[in-house]
Design a binder for this molecule. Structure first.
Ligand SMILES: C[S@@+](CC[C@H](N)C(=O)[O-])C[C@H]1O[C@@H](n2cnc3c(N)ncnc32)[C@H](O)[C@@H]1O
Length: 262
């Protein structure tokens, strides 16, 4: 990854994530060895049979999902900004006897040879680190083979901006339409390590991409949106009570590059 071509926002975010590395290890090797899939049922259905497919995971962190794709028989490239997270992923791959090509890359500025994929996957707090959703979607479209798929499985942007305040009242703590934010107004939206250990306390900037902005960016990049599902996850609105089941907490978008693969 070249520091010259990487934006200052991304470099700040890299320092932030790198500082989290000693505390963020993901699933244990034992758990992955026992066949635990870190992909949920919706994700498994969306990615389909990945055996023999070339899969690119963006913002892979310590690589649990990438390792799961490899366990399922895919040829996996997994990129992340933070070298220490990638090192954790590589160490797990070695113990598991799996091959994953972990690469230190800015997902906004991928090397030219990171291309030719049947599936691009991003999930759970990955997309919020893209400073420009239009540029991100264009880059993904360029790296997909004809007929290849994009699967985005993410926190819902409405969840990102809603906070359960005292006595189960909802308040608006972010701007659904104005994406950039420094830090987190609602601690629940910060990475788990930051919430539980208070680290790292370094500048970082993430982005709330509205559903409309994601769909529009994907369409403008020339991809065809195949599905957009929104899910309730009541546990993600702790303290809200029954109403939590009536709000979206996550979403899953699938899109393809032209014709669908057989
Ligand atoms: C919440 S984590 C990863 C989500 C992953 N699905 C998981 O559950 O482990 C966010 C990751 O995004 C990475 N990241 C942030 N900005 C990035 C960028 N511009 N390019 C690549 N990775 C980035 C961070 O280093 C961090 O590892």
């Amino acid at each position: 990854m070249s520091e010259e071509t990487t934006s200052s926002v991304v470099l700040d975010n890299r320092r932030y994530w790198e500082a989290m590395a000693p505390y963020r290890k993901g699933e244990t090797v034992e758990s992955l060895l026992s066949g635990t899939s870190v992909l949920n049922d919706h994700e498994r259905a969306a990615v389909g049979d990945v055996r023999g497919r070339r899969v690119l995971q963006l913002a892979c962190s310590v690589g649990d999902e990438a390792l799961t794709f490899a366990q399922l028989g895919a040829h996996v490239t997994a990129v992340d900004l933070a070298p220490s997270h990638l090192a954790t992923g590589r160490a797990k791959a070695e113990v598991l006897g799996l091959v994953v090509d972990f690469q230190e890359q800015d997902m906004m500025n991928l090397d030219q040879d990171v291309t030719g994929f049947d599936l691009v996957f991003i999930s759970w707090g990955g997309l919020c680190w893209a400073p420009d959703i239009g540029a991100w979607a264009r880059l993904v479209a360029q790296r997909l083979n004809p007929g290849g798929s994009l699967v985005v499985s993410e926190h819902h942007p409405l969840w990102e901006v809603l906070t359960v305040a005292d006595q189960g009242q909802l308040s608006v703590s972010g701007d659904y339409f104005n994406s950039g934010r420094d830090g987190y107004a609602d601690p629940l939206k910060a990475p788990e390590i930051t919430r539980t250990l208070g680290v790292p306390d370094l500048p970082h900037r993430s982005f709330v991409w509205s559903i409309g902005s994601v769909v529009s960016a994907v369409l403008a990049a020339g991809l065809t949106v195949r599905s957009l599902q929104e899910f309730a996850e009541p546990d993600m609105y702790p303290g809200l009570g029954d109403g939590a089941g009536s709000l979206p907490a996550t979403y899953l978008l699938t899109a393809t590059n032209g014709r669908t693969q057989p």
